[in-house]
Design a protein around this ligand. Structure first.
Ligand code: MG
Length: 162
């Protein structure tokens, strides 16, 4: 595999693990404001992001490229509300979509068909990631932060499967 592409994959492994770390921080925030369902949703999201990193880790190993792990930054912890967290989730996923698009475009430019096809799953996954954050924002936009409705939404959020 081209050295530039290996470098870009290793960067993305770091970005996916950072996403996991950021969502774990959001889960911890939800615990502090007594929204255990939202916390659970974020824990599931954390595992998904680790799964994304591991898919790339396995792919690099499969094609005989070396995995190189980078330092993970400290994620933000200063959130104002559930809506604030979900808006930051959507903004982050849009950023990740741009990263995946860049990686995909690089693989295509280099004529690496295996990497291009492998990355198609991630392109599709990002559509899902943005949609799930948008769906929660749409619900939160319709309810008051400290109402009984958010408790009901919290129960729904806690039903997200692993
Ligand atoms: Mg991801």
């Amino acid at each position: 595999m081209d050295a530039k592409l290996i470098k870009a994959f290793n960067e993305q492994i770091k970005n996916e693990i950072f996403s996991a770390y950021m969502y774990l921080g959001m889960a911890a925030y939800f615990e502090t404001i007594n929204l255990p369902g939202f916390a659970k949703w974020m824990q599931v999201q954390t595992k998904e992001e680790l799964g994304h990193a591991m898919k790339m880790y396995s792919f690099l190993n499969d094609v005989g490229a070396a995995v190189e792990l980078h330092a993970i930054a400290k994620p933000a912890a200063d959130y104002k509300s559930a809506l604030d967290v979900m808006k930051k989730t959507l903004a982050h996923e849009k950023l990740v979509t741009a990263m995946i698009d860049n990686l995909y475009n690089l693989a295509q430019k280099l004529g690496d068909n295996a990497a291009t096809i492998f990355l198609q799953w991630f392109v599709t996954e990002q559509v899902e990631e943005e949609k799930s954050a948008s769906d929660v924002i749409a619900l939160l936009d319709r309810i008051k932060p400290d109402s009984a409705q958010i408790v009901m939404l919290d129960v729904q959020m806690g039903k997200r499967g692993q």
